[in-house]
Design a protein around this ligand. Structure first.
Ligand SMILES: *Cc1c(COP(=O)(O)O)cnc(C)c1O
Length: 411
């Protein structure tokens, strides 16, 4: 069966009592025993809950893993995986990882719990320099946030495999629909289900998917021990959101490509970062290892800080807010919002300057999104003398080009 069909069926036919088509929400903390060691498979919701299990089964299926653990946030997924390491273990991590991941790794390092090296993993040779006798894992985020850099998963998996290192991939930006790291040799995949998997900006959640049964048991036991597992109602909402992911993600991608092409043609825009553009340095690799380019587009604005502020406040369809992957379009300023938790020197090393703006392109109609950005960019230009001096003419988006390209790139 195709992914669309598997997602539609997920969790159905689990209610043998009343045959409800939508899976029930087992909103219970505890389960009745029928004798010593006799249960119907569940005893206490921190350790296991049927609603959560329905979501776990389908996530493991989508990622091609032996099992999944659904936890209370993306950071809960990351901290649960990190909790499985021993004192003194060394981890090599993408230098432009999610700000919260960087903060957690640095906190654990300052507590003497782990060692960490941040490296630009676009160059697989960086691993040769970073590896130490106590290295246990490589932590990769691809595409990265917010510059959408692409790491070659096959190359990193090859290195990790030959050095006995665990490869952990944060797959939040693409979802299992557009990238399946386990197929390249990753051992563990983590997600913030808050983003594309739930897709409706109404739940904070996370998941850990493991390649082997043994790793899955370790992550399930660690989540239970640390109490990071997700609530039944949140699990139910995420499963509900996940059913429409195949439809949503295609629309996110088509809109993102159209927006990226529009921005690329705009004189007030210095640079556009979107792996679907031929101008992106990771374009060919992304086309090879991903099934799609995703819905996040970043760009660097020309002009003054005033222009930046005006732009961020002038959009009407794009809402000024952190997060991504929901049906609604969002605009944000990484340096002061999503990446504020990153140390300034780390931010600089990752190339995230103060002029970068990140868009999470939603599923609204393409023409409304482009018209909104066009009027906001016009407003920004009005607030910026240097920009007006540049031969500025508002760009007219070329819809037909963008949609032909979107079609050609589709899977
Ligand atoms: C949002 C995000 C996280 C953290 O997830 P939360 O659900 O906010 O805890 C981790 N990694 C990536 C790539 C993210 O975008």
């Amino acid at each position: 069966m195709t992914i669309e069909t598997r997602l539609t069926l997920a969790g159905q036919r689990t209610d043998g009592t009343f045959n409800s088509v939508a899976p029930p929400i087992y909103q219970t903390a505890t389960f009745r025993f029928e004798g010593i060691n006799r249960t119907k498979g569940y005893d206490y919701t921190r350790s296991g809950n049927p609603t959560r299990s329905a979501l776990e089964e389908v996530l493991a299926d989508l990622e091609g893993g032996a099992g999944a653990v659904v936890v209370s946030s993306g950071m809960a997924a990351i901290s649960t995986v990190l909790a499985t390491f021993n004192a003194g273990d060394h981890i090599i991590c993408s230098h432009d990882c999610y700000g919260g991941t960087e903060r957690l790794l640095c906190t654990l390092r300052s507590q003497g719990k782990i060692e960490v090296t941040f490296s630009d993993l676009r160059d697989p040779l960086a691993l040769v320099d970073a590896v130490q006798p106590n290295t246990r894992a490589v932590w990769v985020e691809t595409p990265s946030n917010p510059l959408l850099r692409i790491v070659d998963l096959e190359a990193v998996a090859g290195f990790a495999g030959s050095h006995g290192l665990l490869l952990i991939v944060d797959n939040t930006f693409l979802s299992p629909l557009f990238q399946q790291p386990i197929a390249f040799g990753a051992d563990v995949v983590v997600h913030s289900t808050t983003k594309y998997i739930n897709g409706h900006s109404d739940v904070v959640g996370g998941a850990i998917i493991s390649r082997t049964e043994e790793l899955h048991r370790l992550h399930a036991a660690t989540a239970n021990t640390h109490g990071t597992t997700a609530a039944p109602f949140d699990s139910w909402l995420v499963l509900r959101g996940l059913r429409t992911l195949p439809l949503r993600i295609r629309q996110h991608e088509a809109n993102a490509l159209a927006v990226a092409r529009f921005l690329e043609s705009h004189p007030a825009v210095e640079r556009v970062f979107y792996p679907g553009l031929e101008s992106h340095e990771g374009h060919r690799l992304a086309a090879r290892q991903q099934h799609g380019f995703g819905g996040v587009v970043s760009f660097q604005l020309r002009g003054s800080e005033d222009a930046l502020n005006t732009l961020l406040l002038a959009t009407e369809v794009f809402t000024l807010a952190e997060s991504l992957g929901g049906v609604e379009s969002l605009i944000e300023h990484p340096a002061t919002m999503s990446h504020a938790s990153m140390r300034p020197e780390q931010r600089a090393a990752a190339g995230i300057n103060d002029r970068i703006i990140r868009l999470s392109v939603g599923i609204e109609s393409e023409c409304d999104l482009i018209a909104d950005l066009a009027q906001a960019l016009d407003a920004a230009v009005l607030h910026d003398a240097p920009l007006q001096g540049a031969a500025y003419a508002p760009a007219v988006p070329n819809d037909s080009d963008a949609s032909v390209a979107a079609e050609a790139l589709h899977v």
